[in-house]
Every structure is written in C-alpha cells, then in structure tokens.
Design a protein around this ligand. Structure first.
Ligand SMILES: [Zn+2]
Length: 352
C-alpha cells in the first residue's frame, strides 16, 4: 500500500490544487499518520517529468531516479541532523557517543541560510523547485525568522512544504504565510491494510496505542518504540507500589539507549496517553489507548482520586515542556515517578 492510497482524499485534494499551488504549504496532523511521506510523495510528483494520471510520480524518469537517490538538484530536504541519521541506520556501533558531538535535534539557521543559493539560481530541469522542511516546529525563533524572509519574498516556481505535528508552536507569521492543510486520521480499515502490508500482526492493538496513526503503529509493532513504551508501562502499572528511584534508574537506561531523537519527550507523551485512559476509566468509560492493560489500569483508577489525576495531567504539560530543554533525565524521571506514585496512596499522612 502506498502513502497516497492511505490518504486518498488528501492526495486528491492536492492534485486539484496542483495548478494553483501556494508558495508555501503547511501539512499538519497527528504524529505518525504519514505527513512526511505524503509531502515527499507530493514533491516527487511535482518534480516528476512524466507523472501518472493519478498525479503519482512515474518512478522511472530521470527526476524520479534522482529523488529515489536523494539527490534531485531542484529538491532540498531540511530536517534536524538527528533525523537525517535515522534513515540510514544499521551501523550497529554501540560504542556510545562519548567523543562524538550529539547531532542537533533542531533545524539550525545555517541550514536555512544554505537555501539562498538554491533559491536564486535557475532550476536544473526547467521545472519546479521544492523545499521540504520537517518537522517545522524544530526551529528556534531566529531560524524561523530567517525562513520567514524566503516565505515573504516568494521565488516563482518554488514550493515550500512544511510538515508539523505541532503547528501551534510555529510563530504566527510563519503560519500566516502558509496555506494550511490538516491531514485527517486515515480510516481504520485503510490503516489496518497499511499495517498488514507492513507485515505487522495484531494491527488493532498497535493502532489503538498509536491513537489511530498507522505509521506510528507500525513502528510500535515492529520497531524500537515499544521498548521505550514497555519500560514505562512496567513502572506505571505498579501505581503506589512504584519505587521512584528504582523506576527512574530503569527507565533512564532505556531513554539513554534510544538512538532516535526526543526519547524523553516521547516517553512523557506516552505517559499522557496512560493518563487519558486512567481518567476515562475513573469516569466509567472505556480506555482508548492501552487496551491490553485495561485490567491493571482499571484497578489503578479505582485507587486514585479524579481531581488528583486531572491535576497530574495538567502537570504533564509542564513536564513535556521541560524535556524540550537539555536536562538531567534521571532527576527528571525521579520527580515524575515520585509525583505519579503519590496519586495512588489511599491515605495521605498528615504532617506535624
Ligand atoms: Zn517520474
């Protein structure tokens, strides 16, 4: 199954826009639904010299060959260095990152400045020029302002494709310069077909955990993400019996071993989903994400007070912001687990 089949409606819509494309298009939507792949497919189809009637790139022209090799001269992919290493994995070098500088999790201003030449020389194939920027929220203010200059003085025949999970974090001037297209969750049947094609079993289970995002679900069912998740769930399921120091040490090992970016942030996001389920169960509803853990979740929900759960859930937003900054993950996790375990104490000791 292809990404344009998974997002058939959106693909059709983009096809209709083809002849009157804006200078900048912002694709938004939930994490793991395939926005980036869709954006890349769009770039490929715009640069293809002989696209199919369905607007899909032909896959056999010179432009398509260049795209496949990642060296089309009229295409630029701008993403954090940490993500660039993600694709060509398999080095198997576990020696640790002792001497090496950690790759940046951010799109840096030099990457935007480096676009200047690209934007101001003629295209190689007399066609369009496409810049794909992903994830757009990974830009600090000065980087975003540098990009803004290019968005404000559009170069004819050039499309900026921005992809974002969290468009609310983009500066408003960037958002207002882009035509925004929100990509909906694919229908469950299509998502399951996608997962079957990827060879993932128990599709419904992973899809629920991923909140309906099929690409994330495939990652969970086949990749490393579930290692992180399992480590977290093993601790959270202990409720009031959780030992914050032991839990922090165990989970921190997994967080540090993770090679992909923002492992701590992803962990906290999983924790937020755990809380959604706790709150749903506490209010007599069915869990949404952790279907396989319904029984322990139900038991935990019984032993917690709703206002405390809601308060922790609000605090989780702060936790998420905190882990955007470099911090001591071990101490962060100790604090997180300490506050979590407190939720389940049946009787609070009065001091004094
Ligand atoms: Zn082609």
């Amino acid at each position: 199954m292809n990404i344009y089949d998974l997002h058939e409606e959106t693909w059709k819509r983009l096809g209709e826009w083809r002849d009157r494309l804006p200078h900048a298009l912002l694709l938004t939507g939930q994490r793991g639904i395939g926005k980036f792949d869709l954006a890349r497919a769009l770039a490929g189809s715009l640069l293809c010299e002989n696209p199919l009637p369905s607007r899909v790139a032909c896959g056999s022209c010179l432009a398509c060959a260049w795209m496949a090799q990642g060296n089309h001269p009229d295409f630029r992919l701008v993403q954090p260095e940490a993500l660039a290493g993600d694709e060509g994995e398999g080095g198997g070098n576990d020696a640790g990152s002792s001497g090496k500088k950690k790759p940046s999790q951010q799109i840096i201003i030099d990457q935007i400045r480096a676009l200047d030449d690209f934007l101001h020389v003629g295209t190689h194939r007399q066609g369009m020029r496409v810049v794909l920027l992903h994830p757009a929220e990974a830009m600090n203010r000065s980087t975003a302002n540098s990009l803004l200059k290019s968005l404000e003085e559009p170069v004819p025949g050039t499309l900026f494709l921005l992809v974002s999970n969290e468009p609310e974090r983009l500066i408003p001037t960037i958002r207002s310069r882009c035509q925004q297209l929100s990509i909906p969750l694919p229908e469950s049947s299509r998502a399951q077909a996608w997962m079957a094609a990827a060879g993932v079993k128990e599709a419904a289970h992973w899809l629920a955990l991923a909140g309906g995002s099929p690409l994330l679900a495939v990652e969970l069912g086949s990749g490393d993400e579930h290692v992180l998740l399992d480590a977290l769930v093993a601790e959270l399921a202990k409720g009031g019996r959780l030992d914050p120091l032991v839990a922090a040490a165990a989970v921190d090992r997994v967080v540090k071993a993770e090679k992909r970016p923002a492992s701590l942030k992803r962990l906290v996001e999983w924790g937020q989903k755990w809380f959604v389920d706790l709150i749903l169960l506490r209010t007599g509803q069915a869990p949404r994400y952790f279907l396989a853990q319904s029984a322990p979740l139900r038991e935990l929900a019984r032993r917690a007070e709703l206002p405390d759960l809601l308060a922790f859930n609000r605090k989780a937003l702060q936790y998420r912001q905190q882990c955007e900054q470099p911090l001591n993950s071990r101490l962060f996790l100790e604090d997180y687990f300490l506050n979590y375990a407190l939720l389940f104490e049946p009787v609070r000791e009065a001091h004094g």
